[in-house]
Design a protein around this ligand. Sequence first.
Ligand code: BES
Ligand code: MN
Ligand code: ZN
Length: 503
Amino acid sequence: MDFSIKACDWSKGGEGPFLTGKSDCIVVGVFEAQTLSGAAFAIDAATGGLISRIVKAGDMDGKAGSTLFLPEVSGIGASRVLLVGLGKQDAFGQKAYGDAAKAAWRAILGTKIAQVTFALAQLPIKDRSADWAVRTAILALRELTYRFTQMKSKPEPAPRALRRVVFSVDAGDEKAVKLAAKQGAAIANGMDLTRDLGNLPGNVCTPTYLANTAKKLARDWKLKVEVLGDRQIEALKMGAFLAVTKGSVEPPQFIVLQYQGGAAKAAPVVLVGKGITFDTGGISLKPGEGMDEMKYDMCGAGSVLGTIRAIAEMGLKLNVVGIIPTCENMPAGNATKPGDIVTSMAGLTIEVLNTDAEGRLILCDALTYAARFKPAAVVDIATLTGACIIALGHHNSGLFSKDDALAGELLDASREAGDPAWRLPLDDEYQDQLKSNFADLANIGGRPAGSVTAACFLSRFTDAYPWAHLDIAGTAWKSGAAKGATGRPVPLLTQFLIDRAGQ
Ligand code: BES
Ligand code: MN
Ligand code: ZN
């Protein structure tokens, strides 16, 4: 898909090329009060009042999300106009714009239209700029066109014809929008990688597969990569990580991927991603129903790889390290048992009361390892707890941090990116739930506030740097008919890094 930007101030006589230029369709908006803004107004004038007549006749009432194709339009270069209802003008904000863009793409993708001029990003959107609007439109389109066909023996060909989108924007916005379009495409490419990795089954997307993916990224984007195998993991005394991989025949991998976009000595941001390629629960075996979805338990790892791909494509001026502990969680004769006590890399002993609370065990050693990079900040990303789905559902990722500034940055980025997160508490009071009679701490804290105690567990290994934790159990994939990975939180993480790089 090719995206380009063209300046066009519709009301100032600069619209000539847009009105006469050939395209298959031009997308313009109509508000509920039947006001035609910008592009719609200009097209109305050029077509002898066609749009006003249609609106007056009641064929397009401007209701949010409604669409109407006007075929065989004469008087302009485009052969069709797509009218998109925008809802109430004074309420036209982030959500209404996003819904309108999605409705427009859905309508277009159902046709043979190959070339589109998209004029909705030019509308005044409450608290949002034109560059935000273009990036959001690109991400909405790429979300709708994503297909996962790798595992089909005869993949159905993608039905879509759309190849080229031209965004019309005001001249003053052109420069910012061009950058945003590049960033939007890079984020979408990163999300596609994250979704592919999540959707691949556990027998394909193994720890070794993730390591090979990181190596390929390193080749394609000139990154530094290091993959440690079980001997090296043992030498580092990552006893918590080893306790999880013990029952599996797939070898564990510890992936370190480095993107150097900033000054050589500038402290990096470290992203740590949970990479359980399949979570059976181990000896604390999960129930069978829906267990297939535990192939998604590596979505934290996938989002780290997708984010690094996105920022590498953007050429962000920042240093970023991705750390991925990855293995399977399997039951076996030699698997870790409830009650076993292991020693983490940090030296803390852990009583494994439930082998299904494995994410925190692999992450705690990765968080200890992260300190060697003297990070400016560390963010871990994990499908960590079912309790987070109960608390927040599928819209917000759970955000935990004791660092208000870092939490604020991540929340701002999440809102800007339309990839929301909600902050949950991390008070020391909850730490009591992790007390063990036999070891320094237990790996579970009981049912109350399960996501909080999981985050509290991780916090014990993060004294060396500012740290935040994202629980993406509810947001990384969808269940039901639309079952599949979402690519979240790549938009949030990438926006956070863009903001950090000041770009
Ligand atoms: N990977 C799961 C968390 C999960 C569960 C994500 C369901 C998405 C949907 C994690 O390893 C896990 O099993 N957590 C346990 C923790 C419990 C044993 C304290 C959970 O949430 O039940
Ligand atoms: Mn588990
Ligand atoms: Zn898990």
